[in-house]
Design a protein around this ligand. Structure first.
Ligand code: GAL
Length: 425
């Protein structure tokens, strides 16, 4: 047996072990577009009461032993009206950063995590050219005012914004309008490119990315050529077209039997690391009676089970998407990965399985620099409400009491054991 000293460290000492949250999902906001969009939020306006209880919640991070924390700024609290900046709200987020720094926890700030001030969505949604100027004003205000942040995420899951808001119509602005979705795509990525420059102007050593939702796709029936074609199309569009656009400055959107669309965007090389949100695998079936001929399913093929919200647990898929992303030759950070379940042991297993996959990827030579578990405490989940239960800490939504699940203890253990020398086999 090798002695402890001889064993190889797999996770680098500066590996970011974190958790990720988003402001609205914890705090709500009286000024956000979503507050009027989903009546459930109207009935539970402060969600977990995190806006008031943030100091005690940040202590949980210390208790866990993480060295990084990803959170978002609630734009609608900061700029509740187009011509009003709320100083108190800005000071609130600065205090979060200061507390994190005092705990030696690296802040990673998301500027846009799905949410907008109501005035923005009513008058300047993403398909309107003024959206660019408005978002950049917000960006510059934040980057010039907040002190102590190196890691910035401009947009969380830009494709999800477009799919939900412009194709499915299930999130604001609630459109089902493919031509406008392409204009919105151009505007959002133009914002990213310009925001990248603004951030670097104020924070020269900044590390800037988006958090891209990556999924593994599979044909429902392997023998069916149409299911296989759908898989290929979805995989290219969802996983690869963004990676290509960061390399070339051009989005190429290709769907079967139609001419590819090319959209130029000023994002070539405007990225310092690549943020990957990974949760699941999706099976696809051609079905002429469904929208765009596609039916989506989660099948429990590996036998790891389905989550509370019906997603397949598929840890191997994480390696697949990290390999795709490694084409960028940039550091990779898993900016979100987590499971919705009431079953704590399932949560523990999910976390271990995904961290094991990262370990294998590191051995394989992939440049993975961080892992952020989604999420710290139970929160509001966009389409599923308050019972998704992604949290390491359980929240009682009547009393707002937080209590650790076994997954919290396990995450602390995982961080400690993987950061140290590995035990002999
Ligand atoms: C992500 C999203 C998060 C959270 C998570 C779990 O796509 O960025 O806000 O909702 O999914 O569903």
């Amino acid at each position: 047996m090798r002695s402890v000293k001889e064993q190889k460290k797999i996770f680098p000492p500066d590996f970011q072990w974190g958790v990720a949250t988003s402001a609205f999902q914890l705090e709500g906001s009286p000024y956000a577009d979503w507050t009027t969009w989903d009546p459930l939020v109207g009935d539970n306006p402060c969600i977990t009461d995190h806006y008031k209880r943030f100091r005690e919640d940040l202590k949980l991070l210390k208790e866990l032993g993480v060295n990084a924390y990803r959170f978002s700024l609630e734009w609608s609290r900061i700029q509740p009206r187009m011509d009003t900046w709320d100083e108190e709200a800005i000071a609130h987020y600065q205090e979060i950063i200061d507390i994190l720094r005092s705990y030696n926890i690296e802040p990673m700030v998301t500027l846009h995590h799905f949410m907008h001030p109501r005035w923005f969505m009513e008058r300047r949604p993403w398909h309107r050219p003024e959206s660019i100027e408005q978002f950049l004003r917000f960006t510059e205000m934040m980057v010039s005012t907040l002190k102590g942040v190196r890691y910035w995420i401009t947009f969380n899951e830009p494709y999800v914004i477009l799919l939900g808001g412009y194709l499915e119509g299930c999130t604001p602005p609630g459109l089902k309008d493919p031509p406008r979705s392409l204009i919105a795509l151009k505007n959002i990525f133009t914002c990213h490119g310009k925001a990248y420059d603004i951030i670097h102007r104020y924070v020269p050593d900044a590390q800037v990315s988006i958090a891209h939702n990556m999924s593994v796709f599979a044909p429902w029936k392997k023998w069916n050529p149409l299911d296989r074609l759908l898989k290929k199309t979805a995989n290219y569009f969802y996983n690869h077209s963004i990676i290509n656009a960061f390399q070339t400055g051009v989005f190429i959107i290709k769907f079967p039997f139609s001419r590819p669309v090319e959209i130029e965007v000023p994002i070539k090389d405007k990225i310092d690391f690549f943020g990957v949100n990974y949760y699941t695998r999706i099976h696809l079936r051609f079905n002429p009676f469904k929208k765009m001929g596609v039916e989506l399913r989660h099948l429990d093929i590996d036998g790891h089970g389905l989550t509370n919200i019906g997603w397949e647990v598929h840890p191997r898929g994480l390696a697949k998407v990290l390999r795709y992303a490694s084409r960028l030759n940039l550091p990779l950070i898993i900016t979100e990965n987590g499971i919705a379940t009431h079953d704590t042991e399932m949560k523990v297993k999910y976390m271990k399985q995904h961290v094991d996959v990262i370990e294998r990827c590191l051995k394989e030579g992939l440049d993975v620099r961080g892992y952020f578990y989604w999420t710290l405490i139970d929160n509001y989940e966009w389409l599923q409400g308050l019972d998704a239960r992604f949290g390491l800490y359980r929240v009682d939504f009547d009393t707002f009491e937080r209590s650790p699940t076994h997954a919290a203890t396990y995450y602390s253990y995982l961080i400690q054991s993987r950061s140290e020398l590995l035990r002999a086999p």
